[in-house]
Write a protein that binds this ligand. Structure first.
Ligand SMILES: Nc1nc2c(ncn2[C@@H]2O[C@H](COP(=O)(O)OP(=O)(O)OP(=O)(O)O)[C@@H](O)[C@H]2O)c(=O)[nH]1
Ligand SMILES: [Mg+2]
Length: 398
């Protein structure tokens, strides 16, 4: 199949070009009014008509010549061109050889045109993107970074760079990395509500079901790199599943970190009193569907009765972009002040980290990348994350 685009000042002229080039059998795939100049042309917008047409069988050069001639003559005569001529049965084998070479060349051309079309679709109508920026555009897109964020990054570089600078690959790479870093929002756990001086720092982990809240809470409690030698206590409000309490009790028994179980939201007050002299109390909550209003209101009650202002939203990077955005939006009802991204080991693209930072003004504090407690966890680091977003295939978690 041959696919071509034709542009002209009027739809009629564009149609004429199609017939002239491809003949009467051409199929119109798409016709549209397009801005002449592309995304980065800031001059006054001019429009053209563009038709994308396809032809089932590749006409041989000779036939195409015939088609062109027919179309031209027909136009002058004001009549419709005739269909392809009947094949000539008295063929010379020497002609066939040349036709075969022609065919090969045409197939090669079609291949490169299809590549161009595929790229055009991928760059989402950014045909004027300088070639040194293209790999970064593709990488970010393949790694699930939202289109508007990629375009913003590309546009900033486009505006900042001049002439020869566009050919400097190192300069471009640095600029892309810096812009990603600028958009990423990270902050350590400890800074959250640091002004709160009285009593232990109480942190609740909230989020949808199965994202890794309990596992992450255990990692935070048992891994020295977070709270060091501080005295840590645990509370679980997840009594919906027997297994959930058992899960934390096992961790608590192994590490001698005390655990309190609460069955009603207001019981958290009593549990917290037991930890009055502790430095940090981590509160596990049951997984909540962000769309279940009753579950969300119960969660609010626990946070309210506990006077909890440090609420960390746990989000799995494997959740698709649209659902991540929905979770972030709906959980904002509980005023979370940090985000923890889990399951980084289970994805091939880390765009979600950048998307959440760009769309919500809440920093990412921690990332987790495996089931091993307490090892597979780290503080969110902008340098590492920006590289992960561009080169996920090189990521090695340690
Ligand atoms: N691969 C991978 N698995 C993880 C990670 N964190 C947690 N898990 C696994 O995810 C599953 C669910 O983890 P939980 O900690 O029980 O999740 P939860 O959010 O507490 O679940 P609910 O309490 O039911 O809402 C378990 O099998 C964990 O081992 C991670 O970073 N990577
Ligand atoms: Mg849990």
């Amino acid at each position: 199949m041959i696919i071509r685009k034709f542009r002209a000042a009027t739809m009629r002229e564009a149609m004429y070009k199609v017939k002239n080039e491809l003949g009467e059998d051409a199929i119109i795939l798409k016709s549209e009014k397009v801005a002449n100049g592309g995304v980065f042309d800031f001059s006054e917008t001019k429009y053209e008509y563009e038709i994308t047409a396809a032809l089932d069988k590749l006409p041989l050069k000779k036939d195409l010549g015939n088609l062109k001639r027919t179309a031209t003559v027909s136009k002058i005569a004001g009549e419709t061109p005739k269909a392809n001529k009947a094949p000539n049965l008295d063929r010379n084998p020497a002609d066939d050889k040349f036709k075969f070479i022609d065919l090969k060349t045409d197939l090669k051309n079609i291949g490169s045109k299809l590549d161009n079309m595929a790229n055009h679709i991928k760059y989402n109508e950014m045909p004027n993107l300088p070639s040194t920026l293209v790999p970064y555009y593709i990488r970010m897109k393949n790694n699930f970074v939202e289109e508007k964020i990629i375009k913003d990054i590309m546009m900033k570089i486009y505006m900042d760079f001049k002439g020869e600078e566009f050919n400097d690959k190192n300069l471009i790479e640095k600029a892309v990395i810096n812009l990603i870093k600028k958009k990423l929002n990270t902050a350590p756990l400890e800074e959250a509500n640091a002004e709160k001086m009285v009593g232990p720092k109480v942190i609740a982990l909230v989020g949808p079901t199965g994202v890794g809240k309990t596992t992450t809470l255990a990692k935070l409690a048992f891994n020295d790199k977070f709270f060091g030698k501080k005295k840590v206590g645990l509370i679980t409000a997840d009594t919906y599943r027997v297994a959930a309490v058992e899960q934390l009790k096992t961790y608590s028994n192994i590490t001698q970190i005390p655990l309190e179980v609460i069955y009603q939201p207001d019981q958290i007050r009593y549990a917290l009193r037991k930890f009055e002299n502790f430095d940090v109390v981590l509160v596990d909550t049951a997984g909540r569907s962000q769309r279940n209003l009753q579950q969300m209101s119960e969660l609010k009650k626990i946070l309210y009765h506990g006077g909890i202002i440090d609420t960390y939203l746990v989000l799995s990077i494997t959740t698709r972009n649209e659902d991540q955005a929905d979770i972030l939006k709906r959980f904002s009802a509980v005023n979370f002040n940090r985000i923890i991204f889990t399951k980084l080991d289970e994805t091939s693209g880390f765009g979600g980290l950048l998307n959440s930072s760009s769309n919500y003004n809440v920093p990412i504090s921690v990332i987790t990348y495996g089931q091993n407690v307490p090892d597979d966890i780290d503080l969110a680091d902008k340098d590492k994350i920006s590289k992960m977003i561009l080169w996920p295939e090189k990521v090695e978690f340690s």
